[in-house]
Ligand binder design. Structure first.
Ligand SMILES: N[C@@H](CCC(=O)N[C@@H](CS)C(=O)NCC(=O)O)C(=O)O
Length: 307
């Protein structure tokens, strides 16, 4: 079973990072719409607790975090390359800078503008998710600072485009462009009709670039229900993975471990270590609804603890 089953919701910016990659690669994929806050009862049997959006499922393999989701899509469909040959590290490092810095600054801008209009249940969920109380009045007061921070980072991308190149690393789009499209798209779709200033108002090259990115679309999605996705996992067998027995962590195959994001949504996922490389960690777990599944995470940004 090789269908790409993408668990996401329409206005999730990290999902848009992946959807635009589906567009660049012109991929067909199954679209499972998940809730934008907890509870997510049909996702938990697959992830074992990981609650962030999006998640990519391929059979009984579950890939968490867009850092790894993009690597997996690239591994399965290398062309057109999102990791330009010879510049793989640059593309991935730019994506990390964007995900960890620009995204959160842009969230500050958007929440400063619309935070007070969001339902209380969402505000409560995001307080739990981030570990910081979601206070709409404070977010509004901090919006000018968030705007300047967002601008201060985005202007670096604007400078990269100033020599006339169409994409961040040159003539063709890469992982870095998909990553940057996440916060830029988020600002564009959520910042209303000019009621609050946007950092993009002062970044014309970036706005032109975003129009080029938009043209790629999202590939070819077809809807799938959450129940169908769970049935796919139940009927499939996870792919084989390997544990590097010389990994400096000292972790060994078969050990019981937990894997937890180090930033937000810090819910540990527990299982048996079945995969470990410099880039990835994979754990096997079982759930009544899906049988055996392997959940894969990137190493950067995740804490692995032996239990
Ligand atoms: N590092 C994660 C970040 C994902 C993330 O923060 N996603 C947001 C939505 S765009 C989220 O999970 N929000 C809470 C939720 O959807 O429940 C990744 O690259 O996938």
């Amino acid at each position: 079973m090789t269908d790409l089953i993408f668990h996401h919701y329409a206005n999730s910016p990290f999902s848009e990072k992946v959807r635009v990659a589906f567009g660049i690669k012109q991929l067909a994929w199954k679209s499972v719409e998940i809730p934008n806050m907890m509870p997510k009862p049909d996702l938990m049997p697959l992830t074992g607790g990981y609650r962030k959006t999006p998640v990519l499922q391929i059979g009984a393999d579950v890939y968490c975090d867009t850092q790894l989701i993009m690597l997996e899509i690239e591994r399965r469909t290398p062309e057109p390359h999102l990791l330009p040959v010879g510049q793989e590290g640059e593309a991935r490092a730019l994506a990390m800078w964007i995900d960890r810095n620009i995204f959160w600054a842009a969230v500050g801008v958007v929440m400063g503008a619309i935070g007070d209009k969001l339902p209380e249940s969402f505000q409560k969920d995001r307080s739990e998710f981030s570990g910081r109380s979601f206070d709409a009045a404070k977010l509004k007061a901090a919006a000018p600072f968030a705007r300047e921070q967002t601008y201060g980072h985005l202007v670096l991308a604007e400078e990269m485009l100033r020599d006339g190149r169409p994409f961040l690393l040159g003539a063709v789009p890469s992982l870095a462009d998909c990553a940057l499209y996440n916060p830029v798209w988020f600002l564009q779709v959520r910042m209303g009709q000019g009621d609050s200033p946007s950092p993009l108002d002062r970044l014309p090259k970036l706005v032109e670039w975003s129009q080029r990115m938009k043209v790629f679309g999202s590939g070819n999605p077809s809807p799938m229900t959450a129940v169908e996705a769970l049935d796919v996992a139940k009927a499939a067998t996870p792919e084989a993975t390997k544990v590097d027995d010389k990994d400096p962590s000292g972790l060994k195959a078969g050990q019981r471990v937990s894997v937890t994001p180090d930033d937000t949504g810090k819910v540990p996922v527990v299982g048996e270590l079945v995969g470990l490389t410099p880039n990835r960690v994979a754990i096997k777990r079982s759930d009544e609804r899906v049988g055996d599944v392997v959940v894969h995470f990137p190493r950067a940004g995740f804490v692995i603890a032996a239990l």
